[in-house]
Design a protein around this ligand. Structure first.
Ligand code: MEV
Length: 443
């Protein structure tokens, strides 16, 4: 649908009018309206809740909600909810989880849980003088946010540290007020941004209005949390004897499998093309848990990719160590995730997911998400280095292809049986359906 004219006032229309307007620009308006409405929740209260999550909402967009059972983390078993549309991701996580559950499961430890944000400012004034007066400024700034931080402090969190950073070697006259936070079980974006905006106002006032610094005005450019949280990090790993991989593939011995696996991870450590795909496989799992629990997967991904490039080259997020007959595979990842606030308690399915996970703390959820990331990555690298990814992927994709051809249930059942021993492809499925339909037509 293309339009030549700007629409004004769209956001002010009622939902029904928005739908009518969209439908009026498409062929078969009635069908469009019926289709959009068919995805509304049957409970109007719940639908209203969903409508209010975002703007210009017409309807809901469904994604599958699945479970990876048997996820053993530090000795405890979890059923982990995953929201993802890609066939085979849940199956891969579930298979890996089961495989590792028999080998001690996943191990996971929190390294740190510090979040951060910056007031970015530009100033031609005397930075050394500002640094001298910083203790005084800091006191004023902290006092300004006392009403905002009081609650967080009651929960054991708050502002941890604050410093001035000279960035002029990268950009003329550019400085930061850089602040560290402990946001406890919340992801903390609103808390951090509210504090930073207060600090920005306090900083501007202190420099521009106190008379300490002459005439050069300080310009606050922006105040915002950073989605790069290298100090909010979890390390997750699996380990076993190399001999435990005996039988993992009918073409490879345990040693050959481990050798190939190690090479695959090393390749992702040096080649950006492979690294991006390798890490995408990790985020298949991490994002699916983030979505299921109402967390901001874009923030989590942005952070993970920045972390993957922390030494100047984008690399694999996982590391492998093969030593003394043992195999150790680990993922170290910063994840700013929350179990309170945001959508976590508002979205009914996010709330359900957290209940299913035993109402974890944010650090526990960091562990769970990273475990699923490692599980998916292990499954992907295992498939890639053995039978290849397409066999499993296309088997899972088979139902999607059958649906594209509007296959009936009995046709699907026949196809699933047939493709147990045949390679799935779009054209092979088309051919198969045509042949069974022809046979049926002949009677
Ligand atoms: C597909 O979603 C993810 C993989 O490409 C990951 C990988 O190659 O490691 C299978």
């Amino acid at each position: 649908m293309t339009r030549k004219h700007i629409i004004s006032g769209f956001s002010k229309l009622s939902k029904e009018k928005k739908i009518a307007l969209i439908a009026s620009r498409m062929t078969d308006s009635e069908r469009v309206i019926a289709e959009l409405e068919s995805f509304w929740h049957r409970d109007p209260e719940i639908q209203k809740l969903f409508d209010e999550f975002s703007e210009n909402t017409l309807t809901n967009y469904f994604f599958p909600y699945g479970i990876a059972p048997n996820v053993k983390i530090n000795g405890e078993l979890f059923m982990v909810p995953m929201v993802i549309e890609e066939s085979s991701v849940v199956a891969a996580a579930a298979n890996s989880a089961k495989f590792w559950a028999g080998k001690g499961g996943f191990h996971s430890e929190i390294i740190s849980t510090v979040k951060n944000g910056q007031v970015h400012f530009v100033w031609k004034g005397d930075f050394n003088r500002l640094k001298e007066l910083f203790p005084q400024l800091k006191e004023k700034l902290l006092a300004r946010t006392a009403p905002i931080t009081a609650n967080m402090e009651k929960r054991g969190g708050g502002v941890l540290d604050m410093e001035l950073v000279d960035m002029t070697s990268s950009l003329d006259d550019y400085y930061q007020l850089s602040v560290k936070f402990d946001t406890r079980d919340s992801m903390g974006a609103n808390f951090i941004n509210s504090c930073l905006e207060e600090y920005a106002a306090g900083l501007r006032e202190f420099v521009n209005e106190s008379g300490h610094f002459g005439e050069e005005p300080l310009h606050v450019i922006m105040s915002i949390l950073s989605n790069y949280t290298p100090e909010c990090t979890v390390r997750t790993w699996v380990e076993c004897d190399i001999s435990d991989f005996a039988g993992i593939d009918d073409q490879l011995t345990a040693e050959e499998f481990v050798w190939k696996f190690e090479k695959a991870v090393q390749i992702a450590g040096v080649d950006v093309y492979r690294a991006a795909t390798h890490n995408k496989g990790i985020f298949n799992g991490v994002d699916a848990v983030a979505l299921a629990t109402g967390n901001d997967f874009r923030a989590i991904e942005a952070c993970g990719h920045a972390w993957a490039a922390r030494d100047g080259q984008y690399r694999s997020l996982t590391e492998v160590r093969v030593e003394g007959g043992r195999f150790l595979y680990s993922l170290t990842l910063p994840i700013a995730i929350g179990t309170v606030g945001g959508l976590t308690s508002l979205h009914p399915m996010a709330r359900f997911s957290l209940q299913l996970l035993g109402n974890p703390s944010a650090p526990q959820l960091m562990q769970i998400a990273s475990v699923i990331g490692l599980a998916n990555n292990f499954g992907a690298v295992k498939s890639l280095t053995t039978k290849g990814i397409q066999i499993g992927h296309m088997k899972m994709h088979l139902l999607n292809i059958l649906n594209m051809f509007n296959a009936e249930e009995r046709e699907k059942a026949k196809a699933v049986e047939f493709f147990k021993n045949h390679k799935v492809s779009y054209s092979a499925v088309a051919e198969f359906l045509e042949s069974i339909r022809k046979k049926r037509a002949k009677g």
